[in-house]
Design a binder for this molecule. Sequence first.
Ligand SMILES: [Zn+2]
Length: 334
Amino acid sequence: MKKIFALMLLTFVVFNIMLPSVSDSKSKEKTKKNKAVTTEPVISDVPKVEIKNQKPKGWQPEIKVGILSKDSKVVVKTIKIEEYLRGVLPKEMSPSFNEEALKAQAVAARTFALKNRKRHQAEGYDLCNTTHCQVYNGLSDAHERTDRAIDDTFGEVLFYNEKLIEASFHTDSGGMTENSVDVWGTDFPYLRASTEIKTKTMPWTVKISLKDFSKKLADNKKNVGNVKLVKVTNLEIGKLTNDRSTSGRVKELTVVGSAAQIKLTGNEMRSLFALKSTMFDVAINGDEIVISGYGWGHGIGLSQYGAQAFAEKGYTYSDILAHYYKGTTLKRLY
Ligand SMILES: [Zn+2]
């Protein structure tokens, strides 16, 4: 078994070195497409490499997926990665999305799977089949539109400095994606705040009584007595302030109560009150706290609805990937 793994690793490394080169024909086609949408100055970063199908599609890596059942038993299935993606993609993005958005998502999901192959190594498999890794419930979820997006991008993955990237993605950025350092504390140079075609997307509101808000804080060892005031600069998407990040997401806010005053991070607020994102404003209205925001998810990497908006404007999947993953290179690995 170890030998097989070593052989696979070696093949992986060899393929890494023998990566395909730039294709001229596709670059020309892309330039033409970009011309049609020059009124949209959002994408400044152009992809460095275009894919040319030089090699016949053949060998591909296999991954071990841990299928978690209700009685918490794990069944390990070894699946070819492209087949695994057929089950994953429709669970990550609606098959009704534009084909260029689906292709961008296929590359992101493939890159994520290969990058995170050792995530469950200690448990005897590569990836689990839940949202912790990527949802996979078998090929019964496969759809012809997502299948085509996978086939059209066969073996294509994203690299930065010769390494596979953390191809993070989320549902909707709300108007601007986020620097990874502002959410995770880790600065990935390719996961930087990126503008969107549409802003103030997926608006949401959460209302909590001041009493429940105060109790929730107290229950989580953040007792301030009765909450009187919540202080944070007003949200302006794309405006950096001392308490908001580059995209405008809340980095930190101050809660003033009858007994104490505390600071909470945007992420703490998000998890305490199950908020869709950290791109929000807070107001006190009578005996209620009103939290209103935009977007859904952590905001790092590719925004799925953002990708859809770019695709509808005529951008290709490689344009979309280059926009959300700055300075990365798209390569066909096998
Ligand atoms: Zn997992």
